[in-house]
Design a binder for this molecule. Structure first.
Ligand code: GDP
Ligand code: MN
Length: 368
């Protein structure tokens, strides 16, 4: 789960990492009454990177200019995400931009520090063009990350004097935050040097979803949609995509191959839901309700291979509430005859061959 910049910065501040004073607003006129020193920087709060390049980060010298620019940014869509909130901060006078992050490195299975004196820009780009400008240090989890590590990194970045020790302090704090908050990534880009002091001008924090139960005070997850949350409550695994064919299957492997088949025949899944093994009539009813709520669904594809899940249970759910969109069903396995009979009585046809059913689903979505 990714946090917004302002949420990450609240945590940064709690861990002693210096950030600018700022306020979050959701209406342009609210910037007129803020108790902030001008100039300010207006920053779109969206969960995608590269906001600066997209015009989502702007400087304003006066309240009136801030209001105008806030109105413009609040109307923007950045990489598919509508801007609903702005973080307004007192502008920093930046002398130089660095990069600092702790990231879980899966190959070494350690939190790894990544730092560079080429900050503010896309770090992948720096890694590609001038890999020698990047400092890396895999942290031994038993030993932890200590000021002497931080000073070693700082020297490699060419730092000296008081800012060297302060860099070590910032990196220790960021490491502590990353550990205690189960971060997959804790990134400051840029970590800026402003008149001899460090400032986290940007903040990115991605928390391991598996750690949610250990992190009860995290803000609500804004990456999952309303329907995804609803499915989770019923223990159904559901994911949204952006096509027009809703997909229900039983078992993760079957669902994945169903997505592949649909794509193979030129269709685009709107979402997919795995009812799991041993799905009851009730679970199937909920599944139908959830996938069909998604706007823009033009066809439904139900692919069931009965094992522990019984075809008659599935058929009962479909027959009791026939889907309001054109539907293609593939049904085989346990209690298949009974399932088929229930569907036939309701005037619903079911395929046995998954490919035929997939092709039909794609045709239905095209209105054939
Ligand atoms: P991103 O584009 O989503 O990574 O957003 P950032 O918060 O990193 O801002 C993009 C860029 O805007 C930074 O790299 C800075 O160069 C610039 N910027 C952001 N805040 C300030 C500020 O307070 N003062 C100055 N001078 N520049 C800023
Ligand atoms: Mn940034």
């Amino acid at each position: 789960m990714r946090l917004h910049e302002y949420q990450a910065k609240e945590l940064f501040a709690a861990y002693g990492i210096p950030v600018q004073r700022g306020v979050v607003v959701d209406r342009a006129e609210d910037v007129l009454t803020l108790d902030l020193r001008y100039p300010v920087v207006l920053k779109a709060q969206v969960l995608v990177g590269g906001r600066g390049k997209a015009g989502g980060v702007q400087l304003a010298a006066t309240p009136e200019e801030a209001r105008e620019k806030a109105a413009r940014i609040l109307g923007m869509e950045i990489r598919g995400e509508r801007v609903r909130r702005l973080l307004v901060v007192e502008a920093a006078r930046i002398d130089r931009e660095y990069y600092l992050a702790f990231v879980v490195d899966r190959s070494s299975r350690r939190l790894t520090l990544v730092a560079s004196a080429e900050g503010g820009v896309d770090i992948e780009e720096v890694a590609r063009r001038t890999p020698e400008r990047i400092v890396k240090l895999a942290v031994d989890p038993a030993l932890g990350f200590h000021p002497f590590h931080g000073r070693w990194v700082a020297r490699r970045l060419g730092l000296s004097g008081p800012v060297l020790g302060q860099f070590a302090e910032v990196s220790c704090n960021l490491y502590r935050l990353a550990c205690e908050r189960d971060a997959e990534l804790a990134e400051i880009n840029p970590l800026a040097l402003c008149e001899g002091r460090w400032l986290a001008v940007d903040a990115k924090l991605v928390v391991d979803d598996n750690a949610r139960p250990r992190q009860p005070d995290l803000p609500a997850d804004e990456e999952t949609t309303e329907l995804e949350r609803m499915a989770r409550e019923y223990d159904l695994s559901y994911v949204e995509l952006d096509g027009d064919i809703a997909i229900i299957g039983n078992g993760a492997g079957l669902v994945m191959s169903t997505l592949d088949m649909v794509a193979h025949f030129g269709g685009r899944p709107a979402n997919f839901l795995d009812v799991g093994g041993g799905a009851s009539t009730e679970a199937m009813r909920r599944a139908l309700d959830i996938v069909l709520r998604k706007p823009g669904v033009r066809a439904l594809f139900i692919n069931i291979f009965g094992g522990i899940t019984r075809c008659d249970d599935v058929a009962r759910a479909i027959a009791s509430a026939p889907p309001p969109v054109p539907t293609s069903i593939r049904l085989t396995g346990t209690n298949e005859e009974e399932g088929r009979r229930i569907l036939e009585q309701a005037g619903i046809f079911a395929f046995t061959d998954p490919e035929e059913a997939a092709r039909r689903a794609v045709a239905l979505a095209r209105g054939h």
